[in-house]
Design a protein around this ligand. Sequence first.
Ligand code: PXP
Length: 258
Amino acid sequence: MFDAQCPPKVAADVPGALTRLLINIDHVATLRNARRETFPDPVVAAVLCEAAGADGIVFHLREDRRHINEHDVARLKETVQGKLDFELSAAPEIVSICCDTRPDLATLVPERRDEITTEGGLDVRRNLDTIKGATERLFASGIPEVALFVDPEEKQLEAVCRTGANAIELHTGDYATAPSVEAQQAEAERLAKAATQAHALGLTVHAGHGLDYRNYPFFAQTVPHVSEVSIGFAVVARAVMIGITEAVRTMRQLVKGY
Ligand code: PXP
């Protein structure tokens, strides 16, 4: 079980070494569903991620169930040993499933059916009543931490405080896709300012979207107070490329005998 009090192992010379790494396994389910198969199984992937040192697992139960489904959710709840982060929209049906699941963390995100992935943060100011209502339901079910996924904007952070949520996940997508070094530096500074403000407001700071093997180190050096990152696509994509060598060798052995 995830224990928020348990002291983490730290490599003192790595910026952000106290940051927890949560792996999003949605795209293992995307691959499974592409063939309407039972494998690759996102729950097995979650076990392997934790065995490799991940501090927890993230999944997004979408309204259209394009990757993770309810059966996965129940099995992940049974299986994951570290922190379990349930990403969801504020749709009442999904909030009910999240309440029944009781993950360690619920992260509210915006959701549009025609988007390829989550686009931008929540507009907390404009949807205050809906988000506040969902946050209250999640806390009332016994979930100890509710985060709102937001862009690094001062006005959104102020609105987060009015919902009662105790954490934010800073949207790092603009940082990840910045077209130049200068633009990326500017985005990192915007994230740093927002993280500092959120911390001063008493909010726990998480971050994610588009973080990868190249852009993470500069992010970690520049953005303070980030206790947790949620990373999915980069890890699953790299796993395919690293794993394909062994997979072909094994099949060649079967086909050619050497
Ligand atoms: N955080 C949120 C709120 C997301 O919606 C996603 C994508 O599912 C992630 C983090 C992970 O993003 P990526 O897959 O680009 O690492």
